[in-house]
Design a protein around this ligand. Structure first.
Ligand code: NAD
Ligand code: ISE
Length: 340
């Protein structure tokens, strides 16, 4: 059986997911697309044989020829489409963030819980990255003792003009927040954000880099260096320090070149390059689970908890203080999953 997928939002990552659903993955095809920019949607559909263009996201969700929905529009529009898919009883893969406010995430969680089954997967693709998976397997095995600390770095080469310090937290660090919850099967208890010396490459009024400190409920501390004007490439780092040893992500270049007394390797240019394999695995997992009548991967609860931690991070950025993360009670629908 082929899963007929409708894609809402045909921008950068929408086009990338359409490419992988069409040419890389198995068991799915893109049956319909839409975008608020209909010319863009039409241009994208032209390259996808058999796909139709809908005028609105609601029309796409209502299309009986669409079995399941991928939401890759701008973050503030996610709530509307995820709620509409839930109300139509259709499985929905939503790029991060699930929604941009705690209240919007609450509404999604409430709507999903009311159906009694999981319908939402959130695009936290790092959970599918082979390197992160290998790191988590070591931490979970206990072979290097109990975890104490995690050091992480999230470095973007550059960002568009509309990017702000707030977005460093809720657009970029949101991934590290999700990794922390997943890595330690734990919730974040408090967030502190330190503003240090500002890079000369940052535009006026932009605090870059930031140091984001996440305190897990267990006491494990995660420090995230979030820098979006790194210049040299897209660099993602992670090291977990345990009682008896450490485990860290290796360099992402598949090969190291040794030449003339030096060694070197490629630094990825973008998130697309660094996480191409993770994106393939997360969407294939979604297609497989949905085709089998189930669901998998990061849930609406994970989306909710990440957004609340981001909001808390923004409060900490403004106050300069340690801010506590206050979560609602986790509904039973998500209880048996842990944080993973
Ligand atoms: P983009 O601006 O390139 O594309 C977004 C598209 O959504 C645009 O074509 C825009 O016209 C369309 N759109 C806006 N409002 C709409 C609406 N109401 N209805 C339908 N379409 C609408 O942005 P992008 O970089 O592709 O990001 C899209 C989403 O994917 C964001 O939520 C972003 O955070 C997420 N994202 C995730 C990753 C990741 O690493 N997982 C990477 C990049 C982007
Ligand atoms: C982008 O939206 C992503 O999600 C990337 O994974 C992240 O690294 C980047 O900072 C964001 O802008």
């Amino acid at each position: 059986m082929t899963l007929d997928v409708g894609v809402i939002g045909t921008g950068m990552i929408g086009q990338d997911h359409i490419r992988r659903l069409t040419s890389v993955l198995s068991g799915a095809r893109v049956a319909a697309v839409t975008d608020v920019d209909l010319d863009r949607a039409r241009a994208v559909a032209d390259g996808v044989p058999g796909s139709v263009v809908h005028d609105t996201g609601q029309a796409l969700i209502d299309d009986p020829g669409v079995d399941a929905v991928v939401v890759t529009s701008w973050g503030p529009t996610h709530e509307e489409y995820v709620l509409a898919a839930i109300s139509a009883g259709k499985q929905v893969f939503c790029e991060k963030p699930l929604a941009t406010t705690r209240e919007a995430c609450d509404r999604i969680v409430d709507a999903e819980v009311a159906t009694g089954k999981r319908l939402v997967q959130v695009g936290f693709m790092r959970r599918f990255d082979p390197q992160y998976r290998a790191m988590k397997a070591v931490v979970t095995s206990g072979e290097i003792g109990a975890p104490l600390l995690m050091h992480a770095a999230h470095r973007n080469p550059s960002v568009p003009d509309f990017f702000t310090s707030d977005m460093t937290i809720n657009d970029s660090t949101v991934h590290d927040i999700d990794v922390a919850r997943w890595m330690f099967d734990d919730e974040i208890a408090a967030v502190t954000v330190l503003k240090g010396r500002i890079s000369r490459k940052a535009k006026a009024g932009f605090n870059d880099p930031l140091l984001v400190l996440l305190e897990m409920r267990s006491g494990v501390i995660v420090d995230v260096e979030a820098m979006v004007n790194a210049g040299f490439g897209y660099d993602i780092r992670g090291e977990v320090v345990c009682e008896d040893g450490t485990v860290e992500l290796s360099e992402s270049a598949g090969a190291v070149v040794k030449l003339a007394g030096r060694y070197s390797g490629r630094v990825p240019e973008t998130w697309k390059e660094r996480f191409v394999g993770a994106f393939d695995l997360e969407l294939q997992a979604w297609v497989d689970a949905v085709s089998a009548g189930g669901s998998t991967g990061p849930s609406a609860w994970d989306g909710y908890a990440a957004t609340v931690a981001c909001e808390t991070g923004l409060a900490a950025l403004r106050s300069g203080l340690r801010e506590e993360v206050v979560l609602r009670e986790r509904p039973d629908l998500y209880a048996k999953e842990g944080v993973a």
